[in-house]
Design a protein around this ligand. Structure first.
Ligand code: FAD
Ligand code: NAG
Length: 495
């Protein structure tokens, strides 16, 4: 028997026949695989609309992971829309007001912008100092605690039944190929769940991805995580991005005493080879000295103390759901480099948009396959206002921040100097990154403004002797900028 977690005590056993159908007959309007960020959010959203939902999760223990720990302001807003804002309470979450970018020891503060539309705004002097004051905020926390709160919300929703079981295979109609539900394994026993719609939200290593798309995720680096205790951060309540000779390093507080360090290590990095002491050697010999002095003691202690953990940093462009009866969502469907902390913001906004598109007003019956598929087409394009911005920015910034060759290095410097200009040069980029500005063109504009500024710096810093070479070289820098961004733009234009 599956373990039913939300069944009420016998004396007040509900007589809701729909609940009974879920619990006893394993039938619902919607079956969702994976009670992670997306699964929980969409389960509650659909449950609130009166849909009958079964949410399947392989382990209901509080997860302990190094992912999904910084939620952008655009994700906080989505949580509010879903009525799940409470999930950020009582988890020792930390307010996030923006970023601190540290480039070879130089610092620039990048606060989340006030204006919601990203339009260039005249700013009064002294505005920058007013922290909070109407500016949007993000939150950082222990991933597992946030997930625990989300799952509690799903479990207490009268229209959602949460079951601990591992989904193994889709059940399809022999004639039409329509997905009817999933086969599961509950403590060694086979088990089945059926719905008009089956949603796979089983995360980055999705078992069900191959059922509807052919493309596989591409991963060229990993994030290695450490947990620092009582780290002395240069700018509390900000995400820190440390740039230097190697790939980028992220530091952000996730609890009163804990700070997450994520260190990007590209594949086959010589300084992380076995000969050079492996990842620990790289952390100690290369990363540690590149960090701000005040962070070094807690970082060094964490290297000695922590079990090293890593996660692949993947890129997977979104694709339209075309399989009748089936929807792939979350990391299973679309991934971008976690440098900009955009994954949960995308997932939560997808839950908002999809629940609107599939609401009983738009889709009275979820077994009306034709209408559902039409709405999925709409979903694919409508989500792009936000997700294409987050996806492209994450990949483009990673290319610049992990720069190795001289042209990318020139773009990296240009990017940092651009941020130092302040005003719209930071409001735009961080507004896009934070999920506050949803205008792909604004991204395009800032990216090429950075490229031109980088070229200007590159040429202006040359001597009379090197000028001709640099003038020619500037074409290379511009070309590199195009090579960095256009493949990602094109992949976002695909259906
Ligand atoms: C290193 C790293 C750092 C990141 N940092 C951030 C960040 O700071 N901010 C941010 O917004 N995003 C971040 N992300 C991205 C973010 O973690 C994901 O985008 C987000 O968790 C996706 O949510 P999801 O619901 O699709 O998947 P998940 O949250 O991974 O949930 C999947 C769920 O499905 C369950 N499951 C899997 N298979 C089965 C099965 N067969 N049967 C039943 N259940 C199953 C799993 O147990 C899990 O609970 C990071 C990613 C990485 C790799
Ligand atoms: C559950 O669904 C019913 C309709 O079946 C609806 O009236 C009710 O509001 C829903 N409950 C919750 C908690 O959303």
């Amino acid at each position: 028997m599956p373990m039913i977690l939300d069944s009420p005590p016998p004396e007040e056993q509900s007589v809701d026949p729909i609940e009974l159908r879920r619990r006893v007959h394993h039938e619902a309007d919607v079956v969702i695989v994976g009670a992670g960020i997306l699964g929980c959010a969409i389960a509650v959203a659909l449950g609130n609309q009166g849909r009958s939902v079964i949410l399947l999760e392989r382990s209901l223990k509080e997860p302990d992971r190094i992912v999904g720990e910084l939620l952008q302001p655009g994700g906080v807003t989505a949580l509010e829309k879903l009525g799940l804002r409470d999930c950020l309470e009582d988890i020792d979450a930390i307010r996030v007001l923006g970023y601190d970018v540290i480039y070879y020891g130089q610092e620039v503060r990048i606060p989340y912008p006030e204006s919601q539309d990203g339009a260039p705004k005249k700013r009064k002097r002294g505005d920058m100092e007013k922290s909070g004051g109407g500016r949007p905020e993000g939150r950082s926390f222990h991933h597992g605690r946030f997930i625990r709160r989300l799952r509690e919300q799903a479990m207490t929703n009268a229209n959602v039944t949460v079951v601990e079981t591992t989904a193994s295979e889709l059940v399809r109609c022999g004639h039409t190929g329509q997905v009817l539900g999933v086969e599961c394994n509950t403590k060694g026993e086979k088990d089945y769940y059926f719905g008009h719609l089956t949603i796979a939200a089983d995360g980055y290593a999705s078992k069900f991805r191959k059922e509807s798309i052919t493309q596989a995720p591409v991963s060229k680096s990993k994030f290695w995580g450490l947990e620092l205790i009582d780290a002395d951060l240069p700018m509390p309540n900000h995400g820190h991005v440390v740039l230097g000779d190697g790939a980028p390093i992220l530091l952000y507080q996730i609890g009163t005493h804990e700070t997450r360090a994520l260190i990007d290590i590209p594949e086959n990095l010589p300084s992380a080879s076995v000969k050079n002491g492996g990842v620990k050697g790289h952390l100690r010999n290369v990363v540690l000295p590149s960090l701000p002095k005040r962070v070094q003691p807690s970082f060094e202690a964490a290297i000695d103390r922590d079990r090293l953990r890593s996660m692949p940093n993947s890129w997977l462009p979104a694709s339209t759901n075309r399989t009748p009866g089936f929807i792939l969502l979350g990391d299973a469907m679309n991934m971008r480099h976690p440098l900009t902390g955009g994954g949960m913001t995308v997932a939560l906004n997808d839950a908002v948009l999809l629940s609107e598109l599939l609401s009983p007003v738009n889709v009275p019956r979820l077994d009306d396959t034709k209408v559902v598929l039409k709405q999925m087409q709409r979903f694919h394009w409508q989500r792009k206002g936000l997700t294409s911005v987050i996806n492209i920015l994450a990949q483009a910034l990673y290319s610049l921040f992990a720069a190795e060759d001289p042209q990318l290095k020139a773009l990296q410097l240009g990017c940092f100097r651009y941020f130092q200009r302040g005003g719209n040069c930071v409001d735009g980029p961080v507004g896009l990154l934070g999920g506050i500005i949803r205008k792909p063109f604004t991204l395009f504009y800032h990216f090429f403004a950075v490229a031109l500024y980088a070229i200007w710096i590159y040429v202006a810093s040359s001597s009379l002797l090197t000028l001709p070479v640099r003038l020619v070289g500037s074409i290379g820098v511009f070309w590199k900028a195009c090579v960095v961004i256009f493949p990602y733009i094109f992949s976002e234009l695909r259906s």
